[in-house]
Design a protein around this ligand. Structure first.
Ligand code: 5GP
Length: 193
């Protein structure tokens, strides 16, 4: 997506260890118009997959996921990273190692929100080693739901995430694909949409 690439070029900062900081558009301050455009693009790309739920993980996936769900006319569910006192029903859970925080956390979704008749589109902000996406897939599998695809805003293609997901037979659509963050420079390869 041309607009996202342009914004990363303008506003992104490369931190050491292969991390891209985009906190003025995605991860802290959020650009609503860009989120709306990206959410709608995912809805268009996956329009034929009969999606019944959009699933993401808190917090940065929520903004694009809600616009996508709005466009598709379906609910959006965000997996929680910590258990809330109000989550007193049966839970679907899985363990996720966070690339940026370097801790393992248990993510969860209430079982009542996902069923075997659901066709799920997973949305997230970044794809690095694929651990967040894998955790979300596991939650869907526990519910017996079908994962119809994964929409990613920024894929770091020099890490293993895409391969991991494709090996599971899942379609990955990334709006920006970064082949390198070396020497403080962002190098892009052709995106999926
Ligand atoms: P993965 O689970 O694919 O290894 O990493 C994806 C998760 O880690 C995303 O949900 C995102 O929160 C975070 N992440 C991974 N790489 C980056 C990065 O370069 N920049 C930012 N801001 N977050 C990242």
């Amino acid at each position: 997506m041309q607009e996202l690439v342009k914004r990363i070029q303008q506003d992104g900062n490369v931190l050491g260890d292969g991390v891209l900081k985009v906190d003025s558009i995605i991860n802290h301050q959020v650009d609503p118009l860009l989120m709306k455009q990206m959410g709608e693009l995912f809805a268009k790309v996956f329009a034929k997959r009969n999606i019944t739920k959009v699933v993401t993980i808190e917090s940065s996936g929520i903004a694009p996921a809600i616009f996508c769900a709005l466009e598709l006319g379906v609910p959006m569910i965000f997996a929680r990273k910590s258990k809330s006192l109000t989550m007193n029903e049966e839970l679907l859970t899985s363990s996720v190692y966070s690339f940026t925080k370097q801790v393992t956390s248990t993510i969860s979704i209430s079982r009542k929100f996902l069923t075997e008749s659901d066709n799920v589109l997973i949305i997230d902000d970044f794809l690095a080693n694929g651990q967040a996406a894998k955790g979300l897939i596991e939650l869907c599998q526990q519910a017996g739901a079908s994962v119809e695809g994964i929409g990613i805003l920024i894929e770091k293609s020099f890490q293993d995430g895409r391969q991991l997901l494709e090996d599971m037979g899942i379609d990955v659509v990334s709006l920006a694909r970064i082949s390198s963050l070396e020497n403080g420079e962002v190098t892009f390869i052709e995106a999926d949409a």
